[in-house]
Design a protein around this ligand. Structure first.
Ligand SMILES: [Zn+2]
Length: 435
């Protein structure tokens, strides 16, 4: 398959087989619910849609990346090695002017308006930068980042998801070009771009495998963006990029084994094991679909009692509404009711905490992280979540290495910072290949 068209790109047979196998493994019950040839396709779409609700909720994201398949350059290692700490001291805040308002630009095609060539050797310290872009289901967060990951300039713009995947790719191209012009205005040389997206992302092959939220399938996204912008593009996954950023610059810095859990409309995790970000072809970290209550609520993935059906922000709000008969706007309102002494809110919250503790105990037993970083909207209810979750986790552990449980430090910047880390890592890999 050589074409670069977007929604017209056919799903590779091996990719389809992989998804079917995954869905088939996920639950037996699904096969009873959805008999017939469409069995694997329909629930798979639902499942992947679930995975991506995180992005729609504005959660921090995360990802692994690899440089796109450029013939003259070596492919990245199968797993993502943590960048050399000497390249990235702890992040300091901005060195640039405030982020401008989001203004979709009518960017020219071709090289006009670009800064200096990106494939040149690294420019002198102080002028080199990369473009970082976190593409979410509702909005994009972009930035120019210098070698110390300081923000030179940042901008946000909407994701035109409703207009289809081609429109989203067009918008990504416009965002990259806009930031490249910002660099040129500041006489900075752009050495590459890191782009992180939701869904299933195969960073080994720089492909956006599936995104129900945005609508692309098996898209060689890095190659498409490189072709249209002339920039070297490292592709990554939003949640894993957020986890990488927290591990390098935020709450998990210094840890060789860490877990970053994004809790929002959905639940997902980034796994850092022995200093490497685990990708598993894009399928690692879906802890939202660990079953924590086999007699619990059905999950849209087809299983019953998944963590996400118990402890996601959406599940907490739905459970409160179901039990009280009173609609609530979201989990934050349930948290407020809990603080005010509402008994139903207390019961719903405790069940979510128990589910999270059960799931984390399983992950801690398997991966033994030194630190577990909680990110996303729900984690911001700090004392309401962290303290009871610590107690619940400790009750479930014995011989284990008990991890520190902390809240994320980078907020919704984590995804774009992770994209910047991917971009710089690709720059350093190219430099090393040239040396
Ligand atoms: Zn599930």
């Amino acid at each position: 398959m050589t074409g670069l068209a977007l929604s017209t790109v056919p799903v590779r047979p091996d990719a389809r087989r992989r998804r079917r196998r995954f869905v088939g493994d996920c639950t037996v019950r699904r096969n009873r619910l959805f008999a017939g040839p469409a069995v694997a396709v329909v629930p798979a779409a639902v499942f992947f849609a679930l995975i991506e609700r995180r992005a729609a909720s504005g959660l921090t994201a995360g990802s692994v990346s690899g440089p796109a398949p450029r013939p003259a350059e070596p492919m990245p290692p199968k797993e993502h090695r943590m960048p050399d700490a000497t390249h990235y001291p702890r992040r300091r805040t901005t060195g640039g002017r405030p982020a401008p308002a989001s203004t979709p630009a009518a960017a020219p095609r071709g090289p006009g308006g670009r800064g200096r060539r990106t494939d040149a050797p690294l420019s002198p310290r102080g002028t080199a930068c990369v473009i970082a872009l976190d593409v979410g289901g509702t909005g994009m967060k972009g930035a120019l980042l210098d070698r110390e990951l300081r923000t030179v300039v940042a901008e946000r713009r909407p994701t035109p998801r409703a207009d289809g995947p081609d429109a989203v790719v067009d918008a990504v191209v416009r965002a990259l070009r806009s930031l490249e012009r910002e660099a040129a205005d500041r006489d900075r040389a752009v050495h590459g771009a890191g782009v992180v997206v939701p869904g299933i992302v195969d960073t080994d092959h720089a492909r956006a495998t599936y995104s129900a939220n945005i609508g692309w399938r098996d898209l060689p996204l890095a190659a498409v963006l490189e072709q249209r912008t002339g920039l070297p593009v490292a592709l990554g996954h939003d949640v894993r990029a957020g986890g990488l950023a927290e591990a390098r610059l935020g709450a998990a810095r210094g840890a060789r084994d860490a877990l970053f859990v994004a809790i929002g409309t959905g639940i997902s995790a980034a796994i850092i094991a022995d200093g490497r970000l685990l990708s598993a072809s894009g399928y690692a970290g879906e802890i939202g679909h660990l079953v924590v209550d086999p007699r619990g609520e059905p999950c849209a993935c087809g299983a019953t009692g998944c963590l996400e059906a118990v402890a996601s922000a959406a599940a907490i709000a739905a459970a409160y509404t179901a039990r009280s008969g009173t609609p609530v706007s979201g989990a934050a309102e349930v948290a407020a009711l809990l603080t005010a002494g509402d008994r139903i809110a207390g019961a719903v919250w405790q069940r979510a905490v128990d589910g999270l503790a059960t799931a984390l105990a399983a992950v801690v037993t398997t991966l033994a992280p030194e630190v577990v970083v909680l990110g996303g909207g729900l984690a911001e209810s700090d004392g309401l979540l962290l303290a009871p979750l610590k107690r619940g986790l400790e009750r479930r552990l014995s011989f284990h290495r008990t991890p520190r449980l902390v809240t994320a430090e980078l907020g919704d910047e984590a995804g774009s910072l992770g994209a910047g880390l991917h971009a710089w890592e690709a720059v350093h890999a190219r430099e090393a290949a040239r040396a």
